[in-house]
Design a protein around this ligand. Sequence first.
Ligand SMILES: Nc1nc2c(c(=O)[nH]1)N[C@H]1C(S)=C(S)[C@@H](COP(=O)(O)OP(=O)(O)OC[C@H]3O[C@@H](n4cnc5c(=O)[nH]c(N)nc54)[C@H](O)[C@@H]3O)O[C@H]1N2
Ligand SMILES: Nc1nc2c(c(=O)[nH]1)N[C@H]1C(S)=C(S)[C@@H](COP(=O)(O)OP(=O)(O)OC[C@H]3O[C@@H](n4cnc5c(=O)[nH]c(N)nc54)[C@H](O)[C@@H]3O)O[C@H]1N2
Ligand code: SF4
Ligand SMILES: [Mo]
Length: 695
Amino acid sequence: MTSTSPGPQTVLGTCHHDCPDSCGWVATVDDGVAVKLRGNPDHPYSQGELCPKVNRFLDRVYSPDRILHPLIRTGAKGSGEFRTATWDEALALTADRLHEVIDGWGGEAVVPWGDAGTQGLLQMTSLDRRFFARIGASRQIGSLCGATASAGVAATLGSGRASDPTDLRHAKHIILWGTNTRLTNRHLWPFVEEARANGARIVVIDPIRTITADAADQFIQPVPGTDAALMLAMMHVLIRADLVDHDYVGRYTVGFDDLAARVDAWDPARAADVTGADADEIERLAIDYGTIRPSFIRTLIGAEHHENGAMFFRTLACLPTLTGSWKELGGGLARSVGTWFDVAVDDSVFDEVSFPVPERRGVNMNHLGRVLTDPTLDPPVKALVVWNGNPVVTVPNAAAIRRGMERADLFTVVSEQFLTDTARYADVVFPATTQLEHLDVVPAWGHLYLGWNEPAIAPQGEAVPNTELWRRLSAAMGYTDPDLFEDDASLIRRALAGVDVEALRTRGFHRIDVPEPLVPYAEGGFATASGKAEFRSSNGAGGSDPLPSFTPAHESPLGDPALADQYPLILLTPKQHTRFLNSSYTHLPKHGPLEGGPFVEMHPADALARGLADGDPAAVWNNRARLSVPVRISERLRPGVVAIPFGWWGADHGAAATANSLTSAADTDWGGGVAYSDTLVEVAADHGHPGAGAR
Ligand SMILES: Nc1nc2c(c(=O)[nH]1)N[C@H]1C(S)=C(S)[C@@H](COP(=O)(O)OP(=O)(O)OC[C@H]3O[C@@H](n4cnc5c(=O)[nH]c(N)nc54)[C@H](O)[C@@H]3O)O[C@H]1N2
Ligand SMILES: Nc1nc2c(c(=O)[nH]1)N[C@H]1C(S)=C(S)[C@@H](COP(=O)(O)OP(=O)(O)OC[C@H]3O[C@@H](n4cnc5c(=O)[nH]c(N)nc54)[C@H](O)[C@@H]3O)O[C@H]1N2
Ligand code: SF4
Ligand SMILES: [Mo]
C-alpha cells in the first residue's frame, strides 16, 4: 500500500433520485474521501446546479446513522432493535428462511417490493428480476408513480412518447398543469423563465397555490380530480370558436365527430359547476390556448393519483391534437420523457435467463397493506423482500401495512442505507451503498440525457450495491446458474448495446439518439394501430369510456355524498418540502428539523367553522386512521380541501404523522396506479384521545 495520495481528484456522476432532473454532478475525492459534491457545469440540462436535498448529499453518505453492516432483529418488529451480524450469518439466515417458505408454501409466497429509491439502470431493477424468477416468486405489479400517466397518454397517442419539456422555452403560452415545477422539477424552471423573458404567458392549474402557482401569470384552482371537466369545456370552446386545426385533425386523427358530440354538452358553465373554476376563466384559457401560439402544456405525475387519473392524461393529450399544436416547436405536450429512452436502453436483457421460469402470480405493490393482512390469499405472503423504497411511509393504507409487517410468521428482508420506518420491521437488514459508492447509468425522465455514474469512493462499511446483494443472495441460496452472477460492467454493456459507453463515461452524459429538436407527431406517426391519434379510443382506453369523459371518484363529494357528509374535506398529501425527496432525508439533521414537522393545512373558513386557530392541535381522521397534527391556516387551498405533507417518518413523529395512514388505496382507472388524492377526511380540535394514533 502506498501512502502518497495523488491529491484531490474529480469523478463524474449523476443523481440517482426519483426526480425528473437527473442532474450531472462532480465529486471531489481526496485520499479516498469525498470532500465536495457540485453540479456538473457542463451538463446541458442541470447546468451545474443541484438542489437543497443533494447539496448536502455528503452528509447523507457519511451520516453516523448509515447502516454499514448487516443487522438481525433482536426486539419486536417495528421497535428498531437489531444487532450487527456478519454477512455470512445474515445471508445464511435469509437463505434458510426463504428455503423454508419456498418448501412450505411455494415460491409465490415470496414477494419482492422494490421502487425507485435509485433510478439507476442497474441498481433500480436488473439482477433482482433473475433472482426472483429463479425462486419462482410472485411478480411485482402496479406502480406508485408514472404508469397511470403513461397509460393515459397512450390511450390517445398510442404510446407515452411526447414532447421534450425543455422545448417550452420556444413557447408563447405555457400551461403547467398539475405539476409543481419550482419544487419537483426545479431545473426546468430556467427554461420557463427564458420563455417568459421572450413574452410567454405562464398558467398554472393546481388545487394548491404552490410556489409554482405563486410565480405564474394566471392561476386556476380546480377542485382536485375534476380537471377532465375543465379540459372537456376547453375543447367545447375550441370547437365553438373554430380554433381547431382541421387539416391536422383530418389527416392524423380519428373520432373527431364523436369528440365534438361529447364536448357539446360541456359548456364552461357546466365545467365551472364541477371544477369550481370560473366559467369566464375557462373560456379565456381555451381561447388563449387556441390563439397564442406556440402553446405548450407541461404535466408530470401529481394529477395521476386519482381514480380518474389516466383519463386526466388521456384527455389532456387531446388538446394539442385538436389544435395541431404538435406541429410547432414550443407546442405539444410534455410529460415524462422516460419512454424515449428505449432507443438507447434495452432492459429486457435483465429478464434473459436460461433456466425455466414457472408461471407466477402478480402481487400489486400498491396493495401491500391488503396483501399482508388478507387471510384468504393463497399462497399467503410468507416472505417480503424490500429494496429502494420505504413503503410504510409511501404506500397508501399504511396502518394496514404496519399491521401486516408485525406478523410473527412473516419473514422480512430490507436492503437500506438507513433504518427507515420500513427497515424497522425487518428480520434482516442488508446495508446498501449510495450513488457515490457504486457504478451505474441513469436514464432520465425529465430530459433526454443518459447519465454516467462512476463510483467516487469505496463502499462505506460493508455496504454493497443492490446487484451485489442479488449475487450474494443467489450464492447463499445455493443457486449456480451463471445468469444470476453477471457482473455490472457486462450488464451495462449489454443493456446499452447501441451507445458508445466509453464516450458516455468520459463525458458523463449522452443525448439519446432522437431528433433534435424533437417535434413528435408534427406529421402524425402515432403509435396506435391506425397510426392516428385517437379521440375515440380503439383499445377502449383501458376498458372505460372510449371517449374523453369526466367521472368523479367514488371517494369524493360528487361520487359519494353520504361519505362526504361524514368526511367533508378532500385531503391532498403533496410533496411539499424542498429538502425532502419523498420519504428520503426527512430524518437527517439539516433536512427534517429545518422543515419543521408535519401539519394539516386548511383554509381559514374551514378552520373557523371548526373553532381551530393556527398552531392548534388537530385530529384528522377517516375510516382508515386518525392522525394528530397541528393546524396551519393558509389561503393556498380552497375551502373544502386540506393538505398534509407526505414524507415524514413515524419513527420521528409518531405513526400518527404519516399521511399515508389516511390515504385511499383505490386503483386508478387504468395504468395500475394509486388514487392517493381521492381521500376524504374530517378535522377537529384534538383533545388528546388516549390511544390516538394511526391504528
Ligand atoms: N423537492 C422534491 N422534489 C421532488 C419530489 C419530492 O419528494 N421532493 N418527488 C419526485 C417525484 S417521485 C415525483 S413523481 C415528482 C412529481 O412531480 P409533480 O407531478 O410536479 O409533483 P406532485 O407534487 O406529485 O404533483 C404536482 C401537483 O399536482 C397537484 N394535483 C393533485 N391533484 C390534482 C388534480 O386533480 N388536478 C391538478 N390540476 N393538479 C393536481 C398537486 O397539488 C401538486 O401541486 O417530483 C419529484 N421531485
Ligand atoms: N401520500 C402520498 N404518497 C406518495 C406520494 C405522494 O405524493 N403522496 N408520491 C408517490 C410517489 S410519486 C413515489 S415515486 C413514491 C416514492 O416511494 P418510495 O420509493 O418508497 O420512497 P422513497 O422515500 O423515495 O424511498 C426510497 C428509499 O430507497 C433507499 N435507497 C436509495 N438508494 C438505494 C440503493 O441504491 N439501494 C437500496 N437498497 N436502497 C436505496 C433510500 O434510502 C430510501 O429509503 O411515493 C409515493 N407515495
Ligand atoms: S434530487 Fe433532483 S434536483 Fe436534486 S440533484 Fe437529484 S436530480 Fe437534481
Ligand atoms: Mo414519483
